[in-house]
Design a protein around this ligand. Sequence first.
Ligand code: UDP
Ligand code: MG
Length: 343
Amino acid sequence: MNAPLLTIVVPCYNEEEVLPETMKQLSILLDELVSNNLISEKSKLLFVDDGSKDQTWSIIYKQSLKDSKIKGLKLARNVGHQNALLAGLFTAKDQSDCLVSIDADLQDDIEVIREFLIRYSEGYEVVYGVRRERKTDTFFKKHTAQAFYRLMKIMGVNLVYNHADFRLMSRRAVEALEQFDESNLFLRGVVPLVGFHSTSVFYDRKERMAGVTKYPLRKMLSFALDGITSFSVTPIRLISLMGFLSFFVSLLFGGYFFYLKFSGQTQTGWTSMITSIWLIGGLQLIALGFIGEYIGKIYKETKRRPKFVVDVDTYNLGVPKEEPVTPEEGGILIDYNPLSETN
Ligand code: UDP
Ligand code: MG
C-alpha cells in the first residue's frame, strides 16, 4: 500500500501567540512521519482561520508562501470551532486519504498522531484521541467538563468519554459526515453515528502553550445546550413527565379540597393556592422554553443556510506568486468597518 496522504486540520481563532510554535512543531512532525514512510510526502497542514481579529491569517498566509505543505483557509467570519473544523475537513477531503483534526493550542500531544496513523494502517477509519486524565486543567474546567459528559449520558447522547475534537478520520468517514445535512451539527455526537471501524488512543493532555482559552463559560454552556437539543428529546420527555405528575397530584389535592368543602372547613386554601399558581406557572414557562428551543432548531434547519463561507482557499487554488493586494488574493484588510463612515 502506498503511504496515505494525510492532512492535519487546525482551526484557529485569535491564536497569533501560539500559532508560530504550532506550525513549527506540526511541520517537524509531518517531515518525520514522511521519512518514516507513514504518510506520503504530499501530506499537508491546513490552518483554518475562523474569522480571527488578530494576526492569525497573516501568519498562516506568510508561512504558506514559504512552505508548500502549509495551506490556509480563511473563513469570512467567526463561525465557531465546530464549523471551522468542518470547513477544513470538507475542503481537504478530496485530496486526502485521511484527515486529523487538532486544536491550535498544542494541548493535545501531537506525537499521538503517529499512533493514529498506525491504527489507520490497521484498517480503522475513525481513531479517537482520548484524554487519560485532566491533571493540567483548572479545577473549574475539569469539573464542568465532567458534568457535561455525565449530563449528556443522562440525556441519552452517545459520546466518547473525554474525547474532544482530536481524531483521525478516513476520507470515507468525512464524506459520510458531509451527508449529515443538519446545520446544527454537533460533531462529537455525529462522528460516532457515522459508524465505520473505530478505536481510541489514550494520551495525557497538556496545558495551553500560549494565549487564553477561546471557550469561556458562556460558550461552554451554549455548546452543551446545543449538544443536548440537537441530539436528545429527553428534556421534552421530562417536561411531559412532570406535566403528568403535577396533573395526578392536583387530582389528589382536588379530592382533598372537595372533602374539606363538604365537611364545612373551607377556610383553608390561600397558601396552597398561591404556591400552586407559582408552581404551575413555572412549569409552563420551563416547558415553553424547551419547546421554543426545539422550534428554534426546526426554524434554523428549514433555512438550510450554509455552515460556512470560504474566503480564501490556498489548499485547492494554490498560492499566487505576487504579493496579494485584494482580500480575494489573500491580502489583509486592516480594521475595515463597512458601517463606519470614514471608510
Ligand atoms: N476556535 C475556533 N473558533 C472559535 C473558538 C475556538 O476555531 O470560535 C479554535 C481555537 O483556536 C482552538 C480550538 O478551537 O484551536 C479550541 O479552542 P480552545 O483551546 O480555546 O478551547 P479549550 O481547549 O479551552 O476547550
Ligand atoms: Mg485548548
